[in-house]
Design a binder for this molecule. Structure first.
Ligand code: ZN
Ligand code: ZN
Ligand code: FE
Length: 764
């Protein structure tokens, strides 16, 4: 029997997921000798024994534990050295690290069973975890991942925990955040004055009593604080909305179990699978009529965001409460989520009746991720944060140089491209707020620290006034300015693993154009190396800049003037807003900029049908307008159409016929649902026709649908169906948000590819 020795280098998500003990158990069961360890590149193994058994070991490594992801196994032969033991080497220190850091994981069923067992030493312990579950990304300070480089370093393991931690045959072998009531973090409940009212075993019960009485409680979670309140208590919810300055923006609801989720929403198997996944995102679900939830949870929307408990503390809290709880990010509207204890006490203290908190620090904030189930693509990420961050995505073209991409102004994320992959941060939020700037720079620093990659270039938006742009300019690095809609298209290319060129349909609210104008309804021919603007939605005056985004009636007036003339615009003006006359003057004045924004076009439509003239959050009018079409089956939508004007240098999508239909509808008794369905149908078909025209002219076979407007499922459906009828391949978003949360990914991919081009294709 031939004996050999081999070295295996395994890369992928192989740290902090029980991979080394897995290798150990397999090697021991095969009677092999050698060792397993980890370094900055992943896991390495040296193993010796009969060739057949070595082959068997390699085969078994292809089926790793559920949380691990093996990207590659490189094998080389060594000289036989003998020996009989197999050991696990201690973690090595120092050196640059490019390893994949694992994401945070929901509490596993084995830990839950122990937590419910009165005889277990971790009975009702809110920080129970093991190698299959618990905090990761949010507690890691540096790599390689080990307890002393996490926020658990301050807790000294007790003898019982240490024994579990050191026993390779145990579930908690090298579970870095291992803890128990003896040695781990402790729970405490403060009142609004910061006085301790309950601690440890009694804290959850006291918090539940407060919630039962309609109280608002800040709860420290995995990646930040939530504000919790009874989801069936309308008065308590209105109090929360008032304190949080959040007029209508929907709240997410945490339910005790799947049964409750089914009571609230009409769930499909895909919804249930997304809810139960270890990533535990907020899942947008079709809400049932007459549901038990209070109206103030998600006003005027047909969907509601639902999630299951994902930390032991959530399980204890929501199961004892026994009913759905609103769990919304602990922040004032649009500010970053609070994760630091002092900051939380300061910012959230005035909003709440009590704080349920603990002494395990959160190293990096991470909001809940949000997914929607799309019939076309399955799970579609709308916010990619906790549970996904910092998982990497493959680049369609290898990076020529390591690039840090600083993202957009709203829904900011940052990304780092190096080699064949791009690592994306958690959701940072809107950089308009002063508080967000520190969160933004911290996200950049953390990403660099976790990957150990020193960026050689920085990619940023073309907009000169974005905070992220100013930050990029302040770095002493070569910078690459990326046009906003080009970045959207590139993010869709990364999402689909396609290098292009494609026809990109990039529809959103606003992005700074090459000509400095506010773009937002763009048709581009694009790949990672560049783009050409080949078409757009017809431009209209944008009366009042940002105010036009908050007051859809302004866009309604602009489109009414454009489509029906002055008399018709003046006739509907009074029905829109008392200030219509001066705004009409502004629309007519030569100095007012022109926008091609699709988002603003949807706002105008929502206002013209009388649905909403003012919004309290971005996208509200468009979301409600889409919801209005819900009751009309796509096949029953009025067969309206817009025009494609192909007479100039660029193809223009002209929606004026649709606007005229809506204006005619205003006077009639036509229901809003039919008007909305007709608008979606007409705009969608025309956009598809324009894209198909361009594709045909340039000999391109694929069309990418991207930008926040393509979160509108009705529009996406109409456009993709029509494109497919015309024999085109349609690229949609699923892993990268179609909204500005994906901009950093697109920027990174473009700048990385440019670096490769400049260095003649050889990675620097
Ligand atoms: Zn567990
Ligand atoms: Zn312990
Ligand atoms: Fe955008």
């Amino acid at each position: 029997m031939a004996v050999a020795r081999r070295r295996l280098c395994i890369s992928g998500v192989v740290q902090g997921v029980g991979f080394r003990p897995f290798v150990y158990r397999q090697a021991v069961s095969l009677g092999l000798s050698g060792f397993v360890g980890n370094d900055q590149d992943g896991v390495f193994v040296e193993v010796e024994g009969p060739v057949a058994d070595l082959d068997e070991l390699e085969a078994r490594l292809r089926h790793p534990p559920p949380l691990a992801a093996v990207e590659s196994v490189e094998t080389s032969s060594l000289d036989v050295v003998g020996g009989s033991d197999f050991i696990i080497l201690p973690t090595r220190h120092g050196g640059p690290a490019a390893v994949a850091v694992p994401a945070d994981l929901a509490t596993c069923s084995a830990c839950l069973a122990e937590m419910c067992d009165p005889t277990d030493r971790r009975f009702e312990y809110p920080f129970i975890n093991c190698t299959d579950c618990g905090p990761r990304y949010t507690i890691i300070e540096a790599v390689p991942y080990a307890r002393e480089r996490t926020t658990m370093s301050a807790f000294t393991m007790c003898d019982a925990c240490r024994a579990e931690f050191e026993d390779p045959m145990q579930r908690r072998f090298h579970a870095e955040p291992i803890a128990c009531p003896e040695c781990g973090p402790r729970l405490v409940l403060y009142d609004s004055d910061g006085k301790t009212v309950a601690a440890e075993a009694t804290a959850v019960g006291a918090a539940v009593d407060l919630l039962d009485g309609g109280g608002i409680i800040a709860v420290k979670g995995l990646g930040g604080y939530h504000l919790a309140v009874d989801a069936q208590n309308q008065a308590a919810l209105l109090k929360l909305r008032q304190r949080k300055a959040r007029d209508d923006k929907p709240f997410a609801v945490m339910v005790p179990d799947l049964e409750w989720a089914r009571r609230i929403s009409a769930m499909t198997a895909a919804h249930e699978a997304a809810l139960l996944s270890v990533r535990r995102p907020i899942v947008l679900t079709p809400r049932r009529d007459g549901t038990c939830l209070a109206d103030a949870v998600a006003p005027n929307l047909i969907e509601v965001g639902v999630l299951l408990p994902y930390t032991p503390l959530h399980h204890l809290l929501v199961e004892r409460f026994g009913r759905p709880l609103v769990m919304t990010s602990g922040n004032l509207t649009d500010e970053p989520i609070a994760h630091d204890d002092d900051d939380a006490a300061q910012r959230l203290g005035p909003l709440v009746d009590a704080m349920l908190t603990h002494d395990r620090p959160i190293r990096v904030r991470a909001d809940d991720s949000v997914v929607r189930i799309s019939p076309a693509t399955g799970v579609q990420l709308l916010r990619r944060s906790r549970g996904w961050a910092p998982e990497s995505l493959a680049l369609p073209a290898s990076a020529g140089w390591p690039v840090i991409a600083v993202g957009a102004q709203l829904k900011n994320t940052v990304a780092l491209a190096a080699g064949a992959t791009v690592v994306v941060s958690h959701h940072v939020g809107d950089l308009d707020h002063l508080a967000a700037h520190a969160a933004f720079t911290a996200a950049v620093d953390h990403l660099v620290a976790l990957t150990g990659v020193r960026p050689a270039a920085v990619a940023h938006d073309l907009h000169p006034d974005y905070r992220s742009t100013s930050y990029a300019m302040s770095l002493d690095l070569p910078s690459v300015a990326v046009q906003h809609h080009h970045a959207h298209v590139a993010s869709c290319l990364v999402d689909n693993g396609v290098a292009g060129p494609v026809v990109g349909v990039a529809f959103d609210g606003f992005g700074y154009g090459r000509d400095g104008a506010p773009w937002g309804g763009e048709l581009l021919i694009a790949d990672l190396y560049g783009f050409q603007r080949v078409g757009h939605i017809r431009g209209v005056p944008l009366p009042g800049g940002d105010r036009a985004a908050r007051e859809p009636w302004r866009m309604a007036l602009a489109w009414a003037l454009e489509s029906g003339g002055r008399d018709e615009a003046a006739a509907i003006g009074p029905a829109l807003d008392p200030r219509w006359e001066p705004v009409l003057g502004l629309i007519e004045s030569a100095g007012t900029p022109t926008t091609t924004s699709a988002g603003r076009l949807f706002d105008a439509a929502a206002s013209l049908v009388g649905l909403r003239h003012y919004v309290s959050y971005e996208g509200q009018a468009a979301m409600e307008f889409e919801a209005a079409a819900h009751s009309v089956a796509p096949a029953d939508a009025p067969r309206w159409s817009a025009c494609v004007d192909d007479s100039g240098d660029t193809v223009v999508v002209d929606p004026r016929p649709l606007i005229r239909q809506l204006m005619a509808g205003m006077g009639s008794r036509e229901p809003i649902s039919a008007l909305s369905a007709g608008f979606h149908f007409g705009l969608g078909r025309t956009v598809a026709d324009a894209a198909a025209l361009v594709a045909d002219r340039h000999g391109i076979g694929s069309v990418a649908l991207t930008g926040g407007v393509f979160q509108n499922m009705r529009l996406t459906e109409v456009v993709s169906e029509r494109l497919m009828e015309r024999g085109l391949r349609v690229l949609l978003h699923s892993h990268v948000p179609a909204n500005d949360g994906g901009i950093s990914v697109g920027q990174a991919a473009i700048a990385a590819a440019l670096g490769a081009q400049e260095s003649g294709g050889t990675p620097a």
